[in-house]
Design a binder for this molecule. Structure first.
Ligand SMILES: N[C@@H](CCC(=O)N[C@@H](CS)C(=O)NCC(=O)O)C(=O)O
Length: 290
């Protein structure tokens, strides 16, 4: 490996707006809104502003799971935030998430804003009394895995995904560093899932719902086209067993389609305002391939 690529950091870093790369038009070193724009508001108390990235899918899977459990108050409007177009920098969005990242939730019932996907799942679990054990020790174990995911996934997304898939040129040092960490995390999950059916125990909880969109999609080969590179076909048998079981859940199949903008036409529901919206999609395969 080359030890010097000719770059020496300057004394003080400056923002070069012309750097290329897929996300360079939206990445900024400052926070706050770039333009005035109110958020739309629908008929349900729960208003979700999101996009079907793994972080977005966590919330729509949780909401669909709640509805599948018969929690009718979990009905929601899901509005599309196109992050490539900078919708997350509109003033209305920044009001409910000062961090300008999807997903963000507004609960009109309580006049509460919730940002950070992990906080959103915890809020919904506590509001409706579902998918979070009440026993203190079991609840703690669920929260251990929820916080583990929130701390770990940025190494998979912002680290490995960025340098392996999005970066305008390949940097061996960065790809090695984050491929190593991603595989280590998969092994953490694999060892846990060798002992338990779900993360932290035998119950399906918000810990599984936050983790599946990242590592389940990675095992499906749907994340950064990296399945072969990370050899996920041949390793992590327990993660695969867990990911395939969750993939079978109808609520997961519904949730992953909400606020989606790419893929097959039968899996793209850009906005969702009613359970019947899924019926408007063209027929897809009976059992989508894992
Ligand atoms: N820690 C946050 C991460 C959210 C996040 O990174 N969202 C990305 C899409 S997956 C985003 O909105 N990016 C837009 C931007 O960075 O401007 C969470 O879990 O909610």
């Amino acid at each position: 490996m080359s030890e010097d690529n000719g770059y020496t950091p300057p004394k003080v870093w400056e923002w070069d707006k012309d750097t290329n790369g897929q996300w360079s038009s939206i990445n900024r070193p400052i926070a706050g809104p770039t333009h005035e724009k109110e958020l739309p508001r629908g008929k349900h108390p729960l208003q979700l502003y999101s996009l079907a990235t793994p972080n977005g899918q966590k919330v729509t899977i949780m909401l669909e799971e709640l509805l599948a459990e018969g929690v009718s108050d979990a009905e929601y409007d899901a509005w599309l935030i196109r992050i490539g177009d900078g919708d997350q920098f509109g003033s209305g969005f920044v009001d409910i998430n000062p961090n300008s990242k999807i997903p963000a939730l507004y609960d009109a019932d309580k006049d509460v804003r919730v940002f950070e996907s992990g906080a959103i799942l915890l809020y919904l679990a506590e509001k409706f009394g579902k998918f979070l054990p009440t026993d203190h020790a079991a609840r703690t174990e669920t929260l251990n895995w929820l916080f583990w995911l929130q701390g770990s996934a940025p190494y998979l997304g912002g680290g490995f995904g960025h340098f392996y898939h999005y970066a305008p040129f390949k940097i061996e040092y960065a790809i090695d560093r984050f491929a190593m960490e991603t595989k280590r995390q998969l092994d953490v999950l694999d060892r846990e899932l060798a002992e338990h059916r779900f993360l932290g125990g035998d119950e399906y909880t918000i810990a599984d719902m936050v983790t599946w969109p990242w590592y389940g999609n990675l095992l499906r080969g749907q994340q950064y086209n990296a399945g072969e590179f990370l050899n996920v076909e041949n390793e992590y048998k327990n993660v695969r067993r867990w990911a395939e079981e969750i993939w079978e859940r109808p609520a997961v199949q519904r949730g992953r389609k909400v606020n989606k903008v790419n893929g097959e036409d039968w899996e793209i529901l850009e906005e969702r305002h009613d359970a019947a919206d899924f019926d408007k999609l063209p027929a897809g395969p009976d059992k989508p391939k894992f």
